[in-house]
Design a binder for this molecule. Sequence first.
Ligand code: XCC
Ligand code: SF4
Length: 625
Amino acid sequence: MKKNEKRSLDEMSIWPDARRMIEKAERDGVETAWDRLVQQTPHCKFGESGVCCRNCTMGPCRISKKAPRGVCGADADVIVARNFGRFLAGGAAGHSDHGRDCIEAFHAVAHGKTDEYQITDTEKLVRIAEELGIDTEGLDTMQVAKLLADEFFQSFASIRDEVAFVRRVPEAQRERWQRLGIIPRGVDREIAEMMHRTHMGCDNDAPNTLLHGMRMSLADGWAGSMIATEISDILFGTPMPKKSRVNLGVIKEDQVNILVHGHNPIVSEKILEAVQDPELIALAREKGAQGINLAGLCCTGNELLMRKGIPMAGNHLMTELAIVTGAVELIIVDYQCIMPSLVQVGSCYHTKMVTTADKAKFTGAEHISFYVEKAGEQAREMVRMAIERYPLRNPDRVDIPAEPVEITTGFSVEALLGALGGSLTPLIEAIKAGKIRGAVGIVGCNNPKYKHDYCNLNLAKELIKRDILVIVTGCVTTAAGKGGLLMPQAAEMAGPGLQEICNALGIPPVLHMGSCVDNARILHLAALLANELGVEISDLPLAASSPEWYSEKAATIGTYAVASGIYTHLGHPPNITGSQTVAELALKGLDDLVGACFCIEPDPFKAAELIHQRITEKRRGLGLE
Ligand code: XCC
Ligand code: SF4
């Protein structure tokens, strides 16, 4: 993209609801990510290729042909590896700190410090405790919960040789990790060690830094994220298939609209309770609204969608546009992926933002420090705030585009097993028979540099055509949902084999498995399949993809997928192209080490072909072709 060149509407997004709101934003004088992207283009080449180092004040240094080393002597390989290592650390820290917040809430429940939350899935509580070697014989629910909370905390610390859920990983693969020295020990330890290694004068060997990047990312996938998922299920219920709706049409013209945005379900679950409070509904009526409507954005949206069927207003690039409808009273956020611009967009309408996490305040937003002990009262306070704002809405500025699209959601591993009649055998048989050639998790974000959801949607479509089952999480969920792929009827768009299986089970060819931390569910499923077949995850006909990723977290997810043996496609490279060593390792070398690598391909149709080839190779390896 050249400077000062704003793309045409057609090139910005594939969706009618997005385009209509982008036009409205222009009319209303609201600046969006697309506008700011133009101001930021062209991007700094040094930054983009990863060769700018700011790790000490002898610099900053930037590497070029004329200046191949920084002041300290670090070359492009070292600088790129260090920058990428810190990038991955940001992602691992995000998911994992979310996981820690979940443990803290769970710990508070277990110790009777709050009765605002309950243990909802007792069966899962006991099952996980036993899986992690806790003897639950004769213990009551809270005793088990206390022990499990302590066990989870250990996965963050420095006194164990491995995080607890590593025991889910196939034996041969664990041995491989052992040989490479990448078994994750503790989440916090691996993240701190990455910051240490990338300090000036420590790890000055790019491959060694990358190995630690894998170890730290594995700590995210198999501990931080996995713990977040398992605890959220225990507290709020394990997702089961259910219907819901998606797109900006879920915002209702005649109701008080509240959007929840961020990642952690601890706040939003209580908001959901509060919007059902008869007193508050009566108050909303008094103010002239027909009721209170709750919808989600991004991953907090995914969490409520998976477990409670709460509709999804949109993904990352829809967050500003949701406010542009002019019909949102309040947007309640926790953390991650919340554009700071939402405060400004909101101020162009009557929309207020409430922040709830002390670690994620936004200048201009109202802050309520959320405590699990006072959760109910605080949630009601926020909902009341939304209701009070309803009369401030200017009906002339309201435009809600599009009718919502129906979706099905809730495919946890448990739900999937349920649909299969209790065991993975039918799925394995279908894979062996080639009716399902393999499975691909399409995950991650939007990025205004690329046409919104074009690659997310088309890659999914292209894969199911080839009898490849698709699993979606994060912001790809919304893309797949709006494209009609999350309904059983979408089986029509699948190849004959996948179609047959979907029809027999009554499931869509694209399964929604949750939020970004729920990529841990995909890891778990992959491990179960590998264990069942007595192979490593890297032997399975699986792949992952993040076509339109933007975040540090997405890079960490991609890295733990690869380190776990899952071939991973990205629509565009991370900022590593300034080092041939690092780029070659990522795109090829890792294959020999961990049995998988990255591939980069912006075109969804070509990407589908690459993924298909890889799946075919894996099938051949298993003697299935
Ligand atoms: Fe964020 Fe999870 Fe990306 Fe969406 S997909 S933009 S990370 S909300 Ni994880
Ligand atoms: Fe420059 Fe080395 Fe300092 Fe980085 S660590 S800023 S390359 S002197």
